[in-house]
Write a protein that binds this ligand. Structure first.
Ligand SMILES: Cc1cc2nc3c(=O)[nH]c(=O)nc-3n(C[C@H](O)[C@H](O)[C@H](O)COP(=O)(O)OP(=O)(O)OC[C@H]3O[C@@H](n4cnc5c(N)ncnc54)[C@H](O)[C@@H]3O)c2cc1C
Length: 333
């Protein structure tokens, strides 16, 4: 069968809500299909047996022409062996020209398994997607440590790409998708992994991709208890703590809190960069922020080129002043 259409993995979160990255990928796929003779955009939804009516209509409204649903109560807890096998078998059944998957932990597992099954290429962590020469998917991603961007054309099918959340804008246009339910014989899947327990994420590893306010610390804050000030400011602003790779390497934040090319792409309304120089790889992760405030004692620091408000000064003086101002405002309310 000729490869046809664009297939997207409709990932759900732990509460069976649709991940935002899926709506973003669908909206992008709706643009791409115009350059592909209007081939179908398909979303593959895998999960336990629950009512997916709202999710299916969201998938349609964000761009899916067709929703393929596989449900089974054994899919209640994510298991790569089930999910990756089901997704790649569905992909083989249809088979699409293009497969797009969110670059989440689960998405990355499913994408790599699927690429291996098809023996095709996979461009990971793309920062743009388009249709290039010969109607092939043109995937753009940073390379050489973020110093260059590479445009990659994959000539084997399906052409696969993963994309982090917040790269594309979701666009809502009402549309009713066709829905196809598939039954899958899970007993036939040889399972080598048994999930025996799930530990819920703690507040400190809250998903920064969805935070509205982020206070982010860099190497400049990795001394003299600078991160205690960052936590206090984030708490006052009801925001989330994040940081640069230097802060991660110094052990002040977890990998899930690292912002940038090899961390998370964020799009908060407010991003406060404290003691962060503004290396390309960090900027890559904050470009979609609403407003950026930078606090740095070096007036030449590159971060100031990207900041809406730049404060040149020592964070150990500036942040206590900011906290004091917030406290006063709260008292006056
Ligand atoms: C392949 C690759 C991928 C990478 N991925 C990422 C990534 O995802 N995210 C990322 O962040 N980096 C990434 N990096 C690293 C990146 O190149 C920089 O090294 C890193 O971002 C620097 O972190 P920083 O700004 O915290 O530290 P620095 O560059 O050392 O900057 C510290 C800043 O703090 C300021 N400062 C010091 N003391 C104070 C004070 N008291 N008050 C105010 N300001 C002060 C200094 O003036 C300085 O500007 C990557 C690098 C490579 C090669």
């Amino acid at each position: 069968m000729e490869p046809n259409g664009i297939l997207i993995y409709a990932e759900l979160d732990d509460n069976n809500n649709l991940k935002q990255v899926v709506t973003e990928l669908l909206s992008k796929a709706r643009q791409l299909k115009e350059k592909l003779w209007n081939q179908r955009v398909m979303a593959c939804l895998i999960g336990p047996r629950i009512n997916y009516d709202n999710i299916i209509s969201d998938l349609g409204n964000y761009g899916a022409d067709e929703v393929i649903v596989v449900t089974d109560d054994r899919l209640k807890i994510y298991n790569k062996e089930y999910y990756a096998k089901i997704f790649s078998d569905i992909a083989k059944k249809y088979p699409p020209r293009i497969i797009l998957i969110g670059a989440t932990n689960k998405g990355k597992e499913i994408a790599s398994y699927c690429a291996m099954e098809f023996e095709t290429g996979l461009t990971a962590d793309c920062t743009n997607l388009d249709i290039g020469e010969n109607h092939l998917l043109l995937s753009t991603r940073p390379t050489f440590g973020g110093q260059l961007t590479a445009d990659i054309l994959c000539s084997t099918f399906p052409q696969m790409a993963t994309v982090q959340q917040n790269i594309f804008k979701p666009e809502y246009k009402e549309q009713n998708p066709t829905v196809n339910f598939h039954w899958f014989d899970l007993d036939k899947i040889e399972k080598k992994i048994e999930v025996i327990n799930i530990c819920k994420k703690t507040a400190s590893t809250f998903d920064i991709s969805s935070s509205k306010i982020i206070v982010s610390g860099g190497k400049g804050a990795c001394k003299d208890n600078g991160f205690a000030l960052i936590h206090e400011l984030a708490h006052k602003l009801k925001g989330t703590v994040a940081g640069s790779r230097s802060a991660y390497e110094a052990g002040y934040i977890t990998k899930a809190q690292q912002v940038g090319q090899t961390g998370k792409i964020v799009s908060p309304k407010l991003y406060i960069a404290v003691g962060i120089s503004g290396a390309n790889q960090h900027i890559e992760g904050i470009k979609n922020s609403g407003k950026i405030i930078a606090i740095n004692k070096d007036k030449e620091a590159p971060i100031f080129k990207y900041a809406d408000i730049g404060i040149v000064g020592d964070l150990f003086e500036i942040i206590p002043e900011l906290i004091e101002k917030i406290d006063k405002e709260e008292c006056n309310e």
